[in-house]
Ligand binder design. Structure first.
Ligand code: PEP
Ligand code: CO
Length: 450
């Protein structure tokens, strides 16, 4: 047991966060409508079950101890328009394909977690956006308002929370169908072909991997004289940033004898901008039983991290808390070691994961927000090295990626330049790795782990 930070706080309820300052919340102009939407949502069925949530926790516990590795990834922000079959299928496909590559490299189980089925709310650096003389509320994700620049589109609309709940449910329903059989069945390697990928060393290695996988499956089935039914489905979990607290609260449910769960997603994380020790987000997160994440950026100091961990994981349970660090390739050497040392010397159980995206955002010469593949790889390799040097363990990776052939990050196997970015840049928020870049990252990490 640890210090009694938690017991000093008044009792937790799904809405006790309201007594604390909540960063990054939209200003709704009709509180009665907001309250009505939240109360309606409270009666809607949950999207996931507490059993699934607990199963993920068990898997994260294994990962924390080195028996599995976590692959978490997806859009910076999902959009309602992308709630369609092709887009969902491609997101699932790239994550499963990456996980196959990682399994071959690490020879351990890969825990797949999408930034999906609820990743609709975004923190912004400014509350308002100005274009010429016109000033409007910033776009905060499809769950809050719309990206178009007109007063009607930028008005925070509580009804969008219901739309987000529905889109999450539609997305999750399709993911469940795909991952339960048919599509995710490893007996059908034709589902696993690479799309859009040039004939690169990476794609040839992938082809070989698929062939040897099929051989192994046939071999195992010959030996065991039957179909390996476990191979016909994959585990896939959902996650999102728990930013919009009214929404999260409405999906928080009491499970008899087990406590409160956020049943809108399997895992939720606290963003780097909303992790104030005495803030509303930390208050909300401390009370739910889900595995939770905490983004750790350049302003985090060791003592503050230790205090946050004690509030968020007072029983020091394994699998409960994932620290997702995101410093940038330039700064990780300076920032990470002190934090690892503080966690080790306080004997705190956490799972370390590296987000090599959010510390590496830059503006290209043509004004477009981008990230370079080399910076991303460099932060990942440095993270593995630092954890190794300090006898800590990097157990996961957190990426912004898409299964589409977009042009948002520079570099990678296709060697995208800044001039290429305009060709097919679709993100309203942060630049994502495209399909080919994401697969290449999986190969490079797999080699590193081998
Ligand atoms: C994100 O993950 O999209 C994000 C906003 O990250 P961070 O909180 O680390 O800035
Ligand atoms: Co982002």
């Amino acid at each position: 047991m640890h210090g009694n930070n938690t017991s000093m706080k008044p009792p937790w309820t799904p809405e006790s966060w309201k007594k604390y300052e909540a960063q990054q919340q939209p200003k709704y102009d009709n509180p009665a409508e907001l309250a009505e939407v939240i109360s309606r949502m409270t009666t809607l069925p949950p999207l996931v079950t507490a059993w699934e949530v607990d199963r993920l926790r068990t898997q994260l516990e294994l990962a924390e101890q080195g028996h599995a590795f976590v692959l978490q990834g997806g859009d910076c922000s999902e959009s309602f328009d992308d709630c369609n079959s092709t887009s969902i299928l491609r997101k699932l496909k790239v994550l499963i394909q990456m996980s196959l590559v990682l399994i071959c490299g690490s020879k351990t189980k890969i825990v797949r977690i999408g930034r999906i089925a609820g990743q609709y709310a975004k923190p912004r650096s400014a509350d308002v956006e100005k274009r010429g003389d016109v000033e409007l509320p910033s776009y905060r994700g499809d769950i809050v308002n719309q990206a178009g620049f007109s007063p009607a589109e930028r008005r925070p609309d509580p009804q969008l929370m219901l739309r987000a709940y529905e889109k999450s449910a539609l997305t999750l329903n399709y993911i469940r169908a795909l991952s339960e059989g048919g599509f995710a069945d490893l007996h059908h390697p034709e589902n696993w072909d690479l799309e859009f990928v040039r004939n690169t060393p990476g794609s040839r290695r992938y082809q070989q991997l698929l062939e040897s996988l099929s051989d192994s499956i046939r071999f195992m089935e010959a030996v065991s004289a039957g179909e390996l039914t476990q191979l016909s489905r994959v585990d896939f979990f959902t996650s999102h940033e728990g930013l919009l607290l009214g929404f999260e609260q409405a999906l928080t449910r009491l499970e008899r004898n087990r406590g409160w769960y956020n049943l809108g997603t399997h895992m939720a994380w606290i963003g780097d901008r909303t992790r104030a020790l005495d803030g509303a987000h930390v208050e909300y997160f401390r009370g739910i039983r889900n595995p939770i994440g905490l983004k750790v950026g350049n302003s985090m100091e060791p003592q503050q991290l230790v205090e946050l961990i004690r509030i968020l994981n007072p029983e020091n349970e394994r699998g409960r808390l994932t620290l997702i660090h995101r410093f940038g390739a330039e700064r990780i050497r300076e920032r990470l070691p002190r934090l690892i040392e503080a966690v080790l010397s306080a004997n705190l159980h956490v799972l370390w994961s590296c987000d090599p995206m959010h510390g590496n955002t830059q503006t290209a010469r043509n004004g477009i927000k981008t990230r370079s593949f080399d910076d991303i790889m460099s932060e990942i390799f440095t993270a593995f090295r630092i954890h190794g040097e300090l006898k800590s363990r990097l157990s996961g990776i957190h990426l912004e990626l898409t299964g589409e052939d977009v042009t948002e990050c520079t570099g990678g196997p296709g060697n995208l330049t800044e001039a290429d970015l305009a060709k097919d840049y679709r993100s309203q928020v942060d630049p994502r790795l495209n399909y080919e870049q994401a697969m290449e990252i999986a190969f490079l990490i797999a080699e590193q782990m081998r």
